[in-house]
Design a protein around this ligand. Structure first.
Ligand code: ATP
Ligand code: MG
Ligand code: FE
Length: 352
């Protein structure tokens, strides 16, 4: 059957048509993504009001493009999936409203998808990937370690208590005037610098849990920049040292999560997936590859187009829900916060 997916939770307006035959047999018929990088660039970060207006302006056109690109009719669809949280509420509402309108007028089921579930299933857009797997999700809005046990079955092993990893890249880039989005620029400058030149903190180092913190690291970068001569050499050295610190943090936090993942699943703990925009960073990927080698896990890093926000992953999560008969009422609400693992969430309400 065919499912339309709609994504509008952050700064990408996206729609996709996906053919779902069975769990490990899917085909992406179209995937249209309109990024708002240009709209947000002058501000060095995502501005919620600007994002909401841009989603509203683009969503109908993007959905139409996804249908046309897939070469199908609206009536061919078996269900309409949309991100209904977590995310910037104005954006989520535009996508969810569009989905409700289509579901109502076509008489097809609505599938309210958790954006994080989309990311969690995203490796399956590229290749079959058996459960369970350990997922490191590192994006502009999220930094989490999850055990993906099965469909709709997640255990959160760790998450950031303040900024997301991508946010730390973006804010560090902004301080040094490197442009938005910051990640790719920091990586470029880092390649020319000395990763051990500037002492920076490794938050939570030695702590016996898998949570992250990036706020202190970001502040330390700002201080180092202020104290520097603001030359190109200083830029390169700070970027290289920052990226090295993030790599150390990611390695150590992930190592803790691997231990938890192994104790949850024993012999079945074999796969590690990294997703989200920060997974594009080659230096960080190399650190994780090394870690997986020593820990006896196989590393799966889906192609970048599936790592960053897209609607194909939302269509896939929606299709899996439809296959399981898990459909939603038309009055389902948009949720700014919606943790994948409710139990962990009530213990730590600050992170979602
Ligand atoms: P979310 O997916 O959490 O809702 P988002 O849409 O901002 O938020 P993504 O689109 O997955 O997240 O990723 C964007 C983030 O990835 C930005 O913070 C960007 O700086 C970061 N990023 C992109 N490329 C790189 C890179 N090469 N190195 C480090 N970070 C990067
Ligand atoms: Mg984005
Ligand atoms: Fe996302």
């Amino acid at each position: 059957f065919l499912v339309l997916g709609i994504e509008s939770s952050c700064d990408e307006t996206a729609a996709s048509v996906l053919r779902y035959t069975k769990e490990d047999d899917i085909e992406i018929l179209s995937s249209i993504i309109a990024s708002q990088d240009e709209e947000h660039a002058p501000f060095g970060g995502v501005v919620p009001e600007i994002a909401a207006r841009a989603h509203m302006q683009k969503i109908d056109y993007i959905i139409e493009a996804a249908i046309n690109d897939a070469n199908i009719e609206y009536t061919d669809l078996a269900g309409i999936a949309a991100t209904s949280g977590p995310g910037l509420i104005g954006g989520v509402i535009s996508g969810l409203l569009a989905a409700k309108g289509l579901a109502l007028s076509l008489g097809r089921p609505l599938l309210a998808v958790n954006h994080l579930e989309g990311h969690a299933l995203s490796p399956r857009l590229a290749a079959p990937c058996a459960f369970p797997y350990l997922l490191l999700l590192v994006s502009g809005g999220h930094t989490q370690l999850l055990s993906v046990n099965g469909l709709g079955d997640y255990t959160r092993l760790g998450s950031t208590v303040d900024d997301a990893a991508g946010e730390a890249f973006d804010k560090s880039a902004k301080v040094m005037g490197l442009g938005f989005p910051g990640g790719p620029n920091v990586e470029k400058w880092a390649a020319k610098g000395d990763p051990n030149s500037i002492p920076l903190p490794r938050p939570f180092k030695g702590k016996d849990h898998a949570d992250f913190s990036f706020a202190g690291l970001k502040t330390a970068v700002a201080r180092a920049w202020e104290a520097s001569d603001k030359s190109d050499i200083a830029k390169a050295n700070i970027c290289a040292s920052f990226q090295n610190a993030v790599g150390d943090v990611m390695r150590e936090r992930t190592l803790r999560a691997i231990a938890m993942f192994k104790s949850l699943h024993g012999e079945l703990a074999k796969r590690f997936v990294v997703a989200g925009g920060v997974a594009a960073n080659k230096a960080l990927r190399a650190r994780l590859t090394e870690l997986c080698d020593t820990e006896g896990l196989s590393l799966l890093a889906p192609p970048l187009k599936f790592c960053t926000d897209n609607a194909a992953m939302i269509a896939l999560a929606g299709a899996a829900k439809l296959a399981a008969g898990d459909i939603d009422d038309l009055d389902v609400a948009a949720r700014p916060r919606w943790p994948l693992d409710q139990r962990a969430a009530s213990a730590n309400p600050a992170s979602g």
